[in-house]
Ligand binder design. Sequence first.
Ligand SMILES: Cc1cc2nc3c(=O)[nH]c(=O)nc-3n(C[C@H](O)[C@H](O)[C@H](O)COP(=O)(O)OP(=O)(O)OC[C@H]3O[C@@H](n4cnc5c(N)ncnc54)[C@H](O)[C@@H]3O)c2cc1C
Length: 607
Amino acid sequence: MDAETTTIESSTNRQQQLARRWIDGFNAALASGDAEAVSQLFAPISFWRDLVAFTWNIKTVENREGVRDMLAATRDDARPVVFSLAEPASEANGIIEAWLTFETKVGRGEGLVRLRDGLAWTLLTALSELKGHEEPKGPRRPLGAEHGVIRGRKSWAERQADEARTIGFETQPYVLVIGGGQGGIALGARLRQLGVPSVVIDRHERAGDQWRKRYKSLCLHDPVWYDHLPYIDFPANWPVFSPKDKIGDWLEMYTKVMDINYWVSTTAKSAVYDKDHSTWRVIVDRHGETLELRPTHLVLATGMSGKPHIPAFRGIERFRGEQHHSSQHPGPDAYAGKRVVVIGSNNSAHDICAALWEHGADVTMVQRSSTHIVRSNSLMEIGLGDLYSERAVDRGVTTHRADMIFASLPYRIMHEFQRPVYDAIRERDADFYAALRKVGFMLDFGADDSGLFMKYLRRGSGYYIDVGASDLVIDASIKLKSGVPVEEITETGVRMADGVELPADLIVYATGYGSMNGWAADLISQDVADRVGKVWGLGSDTPKDPGPWEGEQRNMWKPTQQENLWFHGGNLHQSRHYSLYLALQLKARQIGLATPVYGLQEVHHLT
Ligand SMILES: Cc1cc2nc3c(=O)[nH]c(=O)nc-3n(C[C@H](O)[C@H](O)[C@H](O)COP(=O)(O)OP(=O)(O)OC[C@H]3O[C@@H](n4cnc5c(N)ncnc54)[C@H](O)[C@@H]3O)c2cc1C
């Protein structure tokens, strides 16, 4: 054995010893029920993020006081609790990282702890399954066939047909999911695996239409490794950036093979919570027929990019040409040779402008405020590559592992991890950014230079992942009008505040989407929407994400101030990962487990 090998071995031993010592101490303190003793195992500045395992909530507590309060409130319901080291610990930059498994009274979970000077700096605890209600997968997978001879037995298809015929009529779903995009579908699959009777409804004629009906040039902006749905990964030959119709077909296929009760052409018209019976009364229109459903829980998976927002521009009603929101934009084919003004300068605006230019339209982009632009290649290599890429997979970072690593970074300090990423991108693409600035494009890198992902988490808007349109802006193929507000819409176009008129045959309002509690206002009542408050954002006190600090995304995947009402959605990564925790919360309630919620969020903003 050479000296180098000996050094590596002894440092590995030291990491194991330190990790074990911490876990042993943690277990002992948890067993004693002494919340103060547990808190002393955390660094003075520290974060414990819990996904449903201790808090029946999605909650990050901070510092020793936060840990102590949380444990004092939850320990009796969670105990006995035992943590174990899942694999050998590792060390980088003085931080020991250890993957954990654990058991509570009712469930099993996994976690990740980072130790600094022997104390926990970050801890993630995530519930994976409920004891006695494990998913029928792997060694527990169903047999499928029933060997033997059974008189009058029904085939699998007949049983499926029976369920489809009776649920919503003779029996009621325990959960009704309104909205069958990727969010509703992923949740539907999880609920099916957990044996929670549920129905997913969508107003479209086919599952996947949410993507099919978007503008024709759209491809996913996130790469395939980031986009897998639960249970079924995309095959190895799937494109890195899935074209929208392909993802639509995948969702439709998935809905079928995951046995989701998916009602197409079904629109939820209204919903009322019946307090006396703790159920919802939901009126739906299914293929023109009006039905009342009585689910216990209602999940709004109606899309954070689903409620079009158009600012109230003066004169909008007098425009004589065609005008629509970006979500209604059919694609460029009908607009060759036409003058198009696209109001907005984020993802949709760029994609739409580029496709129109490709089809020979005369395009002007109106930029009201600064936009964060990051080139797709740079984002893939520097921003996502360590976690979601072929390179990551080769290093053993599966999508699940990447999800857990991502989840383990507390939102409070996530921007600090993100900043160097965007500093590197800025340096690498300096010429590109200089060229954009030169043509007057207003750029930003987020309120604190933390880039795209923080903007997404905080406000869900304000960026473009560049797949080519920026070059068209730079060479003026797409004309740019920036830094001046729109004064009014005229009969023939858009008048800017500096008096410049932009003549148009078509105006596209790529002006974004409203908060998801707007869906609750439409479907349930303004009162319930207000009780629940704003959906999305962290309370970072940055533009469109007002404080106070919330610590988690508002209202997403966790209990809200309205009993039995939940919100679900987000990008494919979030739909995949957080659908598990939402499904487990629903399952726990279905089987009658006590689910005392620690730290139910308060409402600070209505929209
Ligand atoms: C242009 C664009 C590009 C995007 N690119 C990406 C990307 O590359 N990667 C990514 O992960 N995310 C992307 N997103 C963001 C987000 O992931 C998508 O918007 C995604 O579709 C959200 O999924 P969802 O299931 O939450 O909502 P949606 O897909 O919007 O589905 C909501 C569903 O609810 C239904 N619905 C609404 N109200 C009712 C009602 N009353 N009754 C019945 N049904 C109803 C709608 O018909 C719709 O099908 C993009 C968004 C946009 C707009």
